[in-house]
Ligand binder design. Sequence first.
Ligand SMILES: *[C@@H]1O[C@H](CO)[C@@H](O)[C@H](O)[C@H]1NC(C)=O
Ligand SMILES: *[C@@H]1O[C@H](CO)[C@@H](O)[C@H](O)[C@H]1NC(C)=O
Ligand SMILES: *[C@@H]1O[C@H](CO)[C@@H](O)[C@H](O)[C@H]1NC(C)=O
Ligand SMILES: *[C@@H]1O[C@H](CO)[C@@H](O)[C@H](O)[C@H]1NC(C)=O
Ligand SMILES: *[C@@H]1O[C@H](CO)[C@@H](O)[C@H](O)[C@H]1NC(C)=O
Ligand SMILES: *[C@@H]1O[C@H](CO)[C@@H](O)[C@H](O)[C@H]1NC(C)=O
Length: 482
Amino acid sequence: MSSPTPSIQDPFKAWKFLVLPTLKVSDVFSLFLKATIAICTFVSISLVFYSFLNQSQWQPCPECHKSLISDHMKITNGNVSGDFYEKTNISHVLFGIGGSAKTWNKRRHYTELWWMPNITRGYVWLDQKPPENRTWPDTSPEYKVSADTSRFKYTCSYGSRSALRIARIVKESFELGEENVRWFVMGDDDTVFFIENLVMVLAKYDHNQMYYIGGNSESVEQDVIHSYTMAYGGGGFAISYPLAKELVRVLDGCIDRYASFYGSDQKIQGCMSEIGVPLTKELGFHQVDIRGDPYGLLAAHPLAPLVSLHHLDYVQSIFPKLNRIDSVKKLISSYKMDPGRVLQYSFCYDLTRNWSVSASWGYTIQIHPSLMPAKQLESAFRTFQTWRSWSNGPFTFNTRPMSQHPCLRPVVYFLDRVERVGDGTLTTYKRSVQEFGQVCDLPEYAPVLAVKLVNVTTSTSLKPDIWNLVSYFSLLAFLEKL
Ligand SMILES: *[C@@H]1O[C@H](CO)[C@@H](O)[C@H](O)[C@H]1NC(C)=O
Ligand SMILES: *[C@@H]1O[C@H](CO)[C@@H](O)[C@H](O)[C@H]1NC(C)=O
Ligand SMILES: *[C@@H]1O[C@H](CO)[C@@H](O)[C@H](O)[C@H]1NC(C)=O
Ligand SMILES: *[C@@H]1O[C@H](CO)[C@@H](O)[C@H](O)[C@H]1NC(C)=O
Ligand SMILES: *[C@@H]1O[C@H](CO)[C@@H](O)[C@H](O)[C@H]1NC(C)=O
Ligand SMILES: *[C@@H]1O[C@H](CO)[C@@H](O)[C@H](O)[C@H]1NC(C)=O
């Protein structure tokens, strides 16, 4: 086991962990606990950020922050392509959601979680007009009825012809000719978008160039069958205006050429291959092609803004003791406070107690009563199975088994409350008792189990500039190699 890194300065400004012990402790350990816990009523731990953001890359920040930012601006906002443009905002995105008249009422609650009437632009595309006697909810996007697709070929034996209609949503949206659209964003009726983050991600790219942005399936078996080069439709994907323009020109032909492809997203990707535009993968788009409990996936999210979640009716609730919709609402409560930070994963070590603490901000905290290497902490607990065959893998990211034995698991806390404190936030996480079965009775677990609440404070919100810096540093690392 590699030795743990001692605390370093947190590049995202000090987070503090306030560990609040309970007063009710078991007799056996009370002596030990009094000694430990008395000292730790007010402990602060700096976080060690994992992954490629190593210390030396971050150290120059305070000194060169300004020059980096302005250089970066020169690259993206300059007159490189001949036209200066204002920063992308939500008004530049036109959504196209694939729905159906029969099921909209049952599924609209997912869209309505993120849809902001009069702010978000776009339509739900239905197979037919909704029943005359039902008023269309004004919390839903306006609907449009898709054009007839009976003239197209569809030869996939296990799929549905509705894929044709849904593939054409981007074309029908484009042909509406709406003004000031930079991005066409496609999603399913059960896709939950986190739109501040979606905009943050799209704003990194020049919408005057051809971009096709989205994510893969988490299950390798799906990527093997459907393609690694495709943006999965349920996770949502974005197509820049110039690419949409070209796509619209060739789409109907592609639909017939790829008649044997199962899904609408696959037919779109067939066209992209012909145009020659590869998928730009963004790690915040989540198809959620998994079964079981998505906990492990969300508790070890990569360092990237959360853009979408999908298939939430096919996995367990993301919070224990809450139903699926209320669970997503709970996650949205922390997301609203600090959109860029939600689910951002970080960990730190408490060297006075030999604990490893990991946080997926706004969702969960895990405390291991031992020092675990970063490499181990960063890989997701396999609380889920693959989409198609319900197997233990493989996935497109590293996982580790979640043991049934309570002494081989961390102690888990889930978001309880979130409030604003000054420019930052205070999030409180409560220990989850039932969800992960029995508790471990080893002595090293007792002091952790005595911690019923974990408070995490942040002093600022995670600004979009951080993500620009992340890409800037990748660029810098690349340039240094040349
Ligand atoms: C960009 O170029 C156009 C003409 O090509 C010019 O009108 C505009 O002022 C330039 N913008 C900036 C920020 O230099
Ligand atoms: C979005 O940007 C446009 C400029 O392209 C601006 O006119 C508009 O006010 C902005 N909207 C919001 C909601 O910020
Ligand atoms: C949206 O705008 C229209 C008119 O501009 C207005 O009648 C309607 O009440 C608005 N809806 C919401 C939810 O703000
Ligand atoms: C709408 O009309 C259909 C028959 O046309 C009927 O079955 C349905 O119950 C009606 N729904 C409501 C909400 O009135
Ligand atoms: C923490 O671990 C170190 C090295 O393994 C050990 O020397 C020390 O006694 C431990 N501290 C506690 C509080 O268990
Ligand atoms: C943790 O936060 C809660 C509010 O959620 C507050 O009541 C409690 O005093 C805080 N504990 C510490 C140690 O700051």
